[in-house]
Design a protein around this ligand. Structure first.
Ligand code: NAD
Length: 444
């Protein structure tokens, strides 16, 4: 089977590599020529554990290729996966311009019957829109070519993307075409044999499963964060509360970790998008909207927590804070909508100077924080960043921070306050002898 993947980002690249590993012939296409030229040299343009090894293994088999030429990627393929970005517009709706541009190119260039699969996260109804766009281009060429449209949303988690694609919890396939369903089974034959659960639905249902899943997880995070705010005031301990809740099989302990708020390339934009989709259908998703607002408030609460403690000690304009972790989660270089960005901006607004370190997030954080660069200095280790700081704030729980020598960190600092926004050190018995320690969701 010949597969073309259009959009070679976090999703398209990982899926392309994994599908080649499943035995498919894959060509990955992207408009970003610098990405393609790196990939052609066997280098991965993002940080994703295990990806570079699998990439080179599959390049060596001759099954995996990269191109910047969309026509080359479309010709000779049986299935096209669209994996371009669907960012938020100003009003929160999903911007479909990249998807529709690809659909137009497909309509202009296909020569025989193929299957077009939407892997990007797209609003309900996009499958129909893609079909209509392709058909318009075929009509303009006076070409009578049949084609199928499929929705196959992606559920990978950055930082564990390779593993998630090799061993997914489920594969959702939305299509009205038996032929397309059979071809999709062939693509995922390895998973089919491994008894991965498959769910076949209509296109609209598949499109909505993705948004509903992300919205539910975002609600769960915002819920536990709200409980953490209350626990802190009421003298309760959020980690014990989450444990007690999670013991109930109906609740499960996953996604019950209080923290600085959710971020990343999916939850913020997908919650905004599904709320917008609902409004367009004359409904209001009050729970999802509450989760979005609670998440914004949570980031603001973190800024208030830090500034109210620090202002007891000295003027904020004379304060320097060391930040551990900028990426939206560990094991990725992705800083899109990361809580670190809003928290850092909030602290800078109060006159605080930032010293920042992240194992992989610095390059992207640098351009995202370019407008406040006068107030941020970047460091190259978890130790050097602490030098001369009045306080340390752990925002993203990279494993490297768990193993530090806390006494050495304290000795490098000017002050002694530690805000652990991920509750990493909460059970560490030593911590309060070394720092004035603040976690999320007291009682410490
Ligand atoms: P990304 O920004 O990393 O990658 C998108 C790629 O598409 C970019 O490399 C861009 O250059 C390319 N592109 C844009 N227009 C193009 C065109 N006309 N032709 C060819 N290439 C084009 O985005 P991503 O994180 O991979 O996300 C892609 C989609 O998958 C989004 O809809 C996202 O919501 C969804 N998704 C993402 C994740 C995740 O964890 N990142 C997980 C599940 C689903």
């Amino acid at each position: 089977m010949n597969i073309s993947i259009i959009g070679t980002g976090y999703v398209g690249l990982v899926q392309g590599v994994v599908m080649a590993d499943f035995g498919m012939n894959v060509i990955c296409m992207d408009v970003d020529c610098s990405k393609i030229s790196m990939l052609n040299k066997g280098k991965v343009p993002i940080y994703e554990p295990g990806l570079e090894e699998l990439l080179n293994k599959n390049i060596a088999t001759g099954r995996l290729h990269f191109t910047g030429n969309i026509i080359e990627s479309i010709h000779n393929c049986d299935i096209i996966f669209i994996a371009v970005g669907t960012p938020s517009k100003e009003d929160g709706s999903a911007d479909l311009k990249y998807i529709l541009e690809v659909a137009r190119q497909i309509g202009r260039n296909i020569k025989r019957r193929i299957v077009i699969v939407n892997k990007s996260t797209v609003p309900v109804g996009t499958g129909k829109l893609v079909r209509q766009t392709i058909q318009e281009e075929l009509d303009a060429r006076n070409a009578k070519i049949d084609f199928d449209v499929v929705s196959n949303p992606e559920f990978l988690r950055e930082g564990r993307a390779v593993q998630d694609c090799l061993l997914p919890d489920r594969i959702v396939i939305g299509t009205e075409s038996d032929r397309a369903a059979e071809m999709m089974k062939k693509v995922y034959d390895v998973l089919f044999i491994n008894q991965t659960p498959f769910l076949f639905t209509n296109i609209e249902t598949a499109e909505m499963i993705k948004y509903a899943s992300n919205a539910f997880l975002a609600v769960k995070i915002s819920f536990i964060n709200e409980m953490a705010l209350l626990a802190e005031k009421a003298g309760a301990n959020i980690q014990e509360i989450a444990r007690g809740m999670g013991m109930d099989g109906r609740i499960s302990p996953k996604f019950l970790h209080a923290g600085p708020g959710y971020g990343g390339s999916c939850f913020p934009k997908d919650t905004r998008a599904i709320a917008d989709i609902a409004r367009n259908h004359g409904e209001q998703l009050m729970i999802v909207e509450a989760a979005i607002n609670a998440n914004e408030k949570q980031k603001q609460k973190m800024v208030e927590k830090i500034t109210s403690e620090l202002s007891k000690k000295k003027k904020l304009s004379e304060t320097a804070i060391a930040v551990w972790g900028l990426s939206f989660k560990p094991e990725t270089d992705d800083v899109r909508d990361a809580p670190s960005i809003d928290i850092i901006r909030g602290l800078i607004k109060e006159g605080i100077k930032i010293q920042a370190y992240c194992p992989k997030g610095i390059p992207e954080a640098k351009w995202r924080l370019e407008d406040v660069q006068h107030a941020v200095t970047y460091f190259d280790s978890e130790y050097s960043v602490a030098e001369g700081a009045d306080a340390l704030v752990l925002i993203t729980e990279w494993a490297v921070f768990r193993g530090v020598n806390l006494k050495s960190i304290r000795e490098l600092m000017r002050g002694n306050i530690f805000f652990d926004l991920r509750n990493v050190f909460r059970k560490n018995k030593e911590i309060k002898n070394i720092f004035e320690y603040h976690s999320v969701g007291g009682s410490d």
